[in-house]
Design a protein around this ligand. Structure first.
Ligand code: NDP
Length: 252
């Protein structure tokens, strides 16, 4: 096998929530592999501009668009911008996500709805909006970022695990619907990764999580991004409907 199969030269990628954390690492690594990259963000416009600068300094085209991932009309506008300003749309990475952790006894309807809409409906929004141009091109790779807690569950995260398990069911169904059009849909389920999302955790909780990870450490955003580059590229041409855990062995 040649490493050429990992090459994304001439491809265009869209990463939702590309301003920080895992999404930022994904955007930068897709650019390293040769792709032009469009990112979306909710609030962090300075951080998003910095990601654009970093991608451009790699000699790739980049653009950041502020778009609330829960809004389908905005998703359609983002996809239209990708098609207009870039050479097409080959890769969509549904990464935007939030947590609103608490036990169910204390969970408000708003905390439930926010997480389901941001983490799950957003995946519907961007997949649906991207499928028409991908069908036309008879090619595409959609990569949805779930979580190991979507597989194993986690106390205090009923809303989050439901959204992440929902992503897995959605992706497998979509993979079956559009495989004949040469569009692949795969899921990455990260374990515990060092970002601002997990940075809010207490040091003692952190230590106890790390103790339960076979590789005995948190993962880095770049280690998730490596898996995204693989799933985005021709190196994974025979993979669809898979769930790839990037978790230091946590879920096994
Ligand atoms: P961060 O909180 O560090 O970053 C979240 C990103 O999502 C930001 O770019 C944020 O934009 C964006 N975002 C949030 N809400 C919206 C919205 N409504 N519309 C558009 N963009 C939005 O999270 P992580 O990098 O840690 O997580 C990224 C993904 O990986 C999430 O789906 C998360 O569930 C998943 N994951 C993370 C794990 C971890 O251990 N960190 C483990 C397993 C899965 P802005 O900067 O503007 O706020």
């Amino acid at each position: 096998m040649s490493l050429e199969q990992f090459n994304l030269n001439g491809k265009t990628a869209l990463v939702t929530g590309g301003s920080r954390g895992i999404g930022k690492a994904i955007a930068l690594q897709l650019a390293d592999a040769g792709a032009d990259v469009l990112i979306t963000f909710a609030r962090s416009s300075e951080a998003a501009d910095e990601v654009v600068r970093q991608i451009e300094s790699k000699g790739r085209k980049a653009r950041a668009i502020q778009a609330d991932a829960v809004d389908f009309a905005q998703a359609e506008q983002v996809i239209a911008a990708a098609l207009e300003e870039f050479s097409g749309l080959d890769i969509v990475v549904n990464n935007a996500g939030i947590t609103r952790d608490t036990l169910i006894m204390r969970m408000s309807e708003e905390q439930w709805d926010d997480v389901i809409r941001t983490n799950l409906k957003s995946v519907f929004n961007y997949s649906k909006a991207a499928i028409r141009p991908m069908m036309k091109a008879r090619a595409g790779s959609i990569i949805n970022i779930s979580s190991v807690v979507g597989i194993s569950g986690n106390a205090g995260q009923t809303n989050y695990s439901a959204s992440k398990a929902g992503i897995i069911g959605f992706s497998k169904s979509l993979a079956k619907e559009i495989a004949s059009r040469n569009i692949r849909v795969n899921v990455i389920a990260p374990g515990y990764i060092s970002t601002e999302m997990t940075g809010q955790l207490d040091q003692s909780i952190l230590k106890s999580i790390e103790a339960q990870i076979p590789l005995k450490r948190a993962g880095e955003p770049e280690e998730v991004a490596n898996a995204v580059v693989f799933l985005a590229s021709e190196a994974s041409s025979y993979l669809t409907g898979t769930v790839l855990t990037v978790d230091g062995g946590m879920a096994m």
